[in-house]
Design a protein around this ligand. Structure first.
Ligand SMILES: *Cc1c(COP(=O)(O)O)cnc(C)c1O
Length: 400
């Protein structure tokens, strides 16, 4: 039996500002303790004293593979099948481009209207670059499986919807894609570190994701990219950078791809960011994703129950059924932007997504039942007493 207040034993590993309840780890994870020290050592000892020798001596050049394996353990990817670098948008472009090359006689990229705009924009940009009649087909999330047909080259789907938290069934959709002869590309931006993922079990060809959300790698942390072992041997990397070359330091005039996922590397890795991320990933050493999932469901269910009982102005827009939901809960409210600013001013940090969604991420590494109830206390006060109804909270900032 678990205690009524159940906390995973890692909350003390994070720096959480006094008096703040942080429900935005789905957007930017908090600072893991020890990051300052690790980065300071990297800068002064590795960069400062070792200089160029750091690439070998401190393992900087191998870091994308090393960190890729740490991420891989959280998403069901085998050793050597994940590498790190660039941003998620760039990795979407590479994976999508590689996937299209695998189906040269097909012209459709299938995605859904719940996808994050950058994924759709990257597809639109790639299509423009390619010409040749390529097309992006965007359907409603519930229509994805039934929209697979023999024109679809690649299904590019984000598992968890950034606005509503609605979660796709990875195995079922991958199977539908394969039954139609399409290549499957998953975006795990809101899945990695949030829900258990079994990439090998899903049988998908490609997956991508970012590490500054649930993986706490810090603002600008590098993205990850996965390809199944077979696909990685023959895929086209799209961006033929020198560090994706089979022998970068042979400085050959012609590009020759590295044998596996390594070819998805492009240029010099961001060593400082990668060092912060590598430290952040150590938090997961003794954490089981099934424990995270169970705790996340409990926190989300509790939040929904408390909000619905105490805040009648809000309408749940996330799936009520936990099996269809990631690790966030969203409510619609006409004055959601101002209400979120009022909440943040009182130390409860979520975020707002146009047009009217108040979004709350639940991250059991450092959020517990008490935090959930305390957050709803503040939310109830903000709504009941219209504390959002002031010009100060209605002025839109650049980042919402
Ligand atoms: C957060 C997110 C992004 C952001 O891409 P960056 O290139 O890292 O800025 C892209 N796609 C999805 C699905 C996301 O959730």
């Amino acid at each position: 039996m678990k205690d009524a207040v159940y906390t995973l034993p890692v909350k003390e590993k994070f720096h959480l500002p006094e008096g703040m309840i942080y429900l935005d780890g789905n957007s930017l994870g908090p600072l893991p303790k020890g990051t300052n020290e690790r980065l300071a050592a990297m800068v002064s000892e590795e960069w400062g004293s070792h200089l160029i020798t750091g690439w070998n001596r401190d393992g900087w050049m191998a870091q994308p593979e090393r960190v890729g394996n740490m991420v891989g353990r959280l998403i069901g990817a085998p050793e050597g099948s994940v590498t790190m670098g660039d941003t998620l948008s760039v990795k979407v472009y590479q994976a999508l481009s590689a996937a299209l090359k695998m189906r040269p006689n097909r012209r459709v990229i299938l995605s859904d209207s719940g996808n994050f705009p950058s994924d759709l924009y990257m597809a639109q940009g790639l299509i423009q670059q390619l010409g040749q009649g390529y097309e992006l087909r965007v359907v409603a999330p519930e229509d994805v499986a039934m929209s697979m047909d023999d024109t679809v080259a690649v299904a590019m789907i984000t598992q968890v919807d950034y606005r509503t938290g609605r979660m796709h069934d990875m195995n079922a959709i991958t199977k539908a894609a394969h039954d139609a002869g399409a290549v499957m590309l998953w975006d795990l931006a809101h899945s990695a570190g949030a829900v258990p993922v079994d990439l090998v079990g899903s049988n998908c060809e490609f997956a991508v994701g970012c590490t500054y959300k649930y993986l706490n790698g810090g603002p600008g942390a590098p993205a990850f990219i996965y390809a199944s072992t077979d696909v990685a041997k023959t895929m086209d990397a799209a961006l033929a950078g020198w560090l994706g070359h089979d022998a970068p330091f042979a400085f050959e005039p012609d590009y020759r791809p590295a044998p596996g996922i390594g070819r998805m590397r492009v240029g010099t890795p961001p060593v400082m960011q990668m060092t912060a991320l590598e430290h952040a990933l150590s938090v997961w050493d003794n954490v089981d994703m099934t424990d995270i999932r169970a705790a996340s469901i409990r926190l989300c269910d509790l939040f929904i129950k408390e909000v619905e009982a105490r805040c009648p102005d809000l309408t749940l827009v996330s799936p009520r059924n936990a099996n269809e939901r990631g690790s966030q809960v969203s409510f619609a409210f006409g004055n959601g932007y101002a209400a979120m600013q009022a909440l943040i001013a009182r130390g409860v940090v979520g975020d707002f997504r146009a047009p009217n969604i108040m979004r709350f991420g639940f991250t059991p590494l450092y959020i517990d039942d008490d935090d959930v109830v305390a957050a709803v206390d503040v939310l109830e006060d903000v709504l009941k007493n219209r504390r959002w109804d002031t010009p100060e909270y209605k002025r839109k900032a650049r980042v919402t």
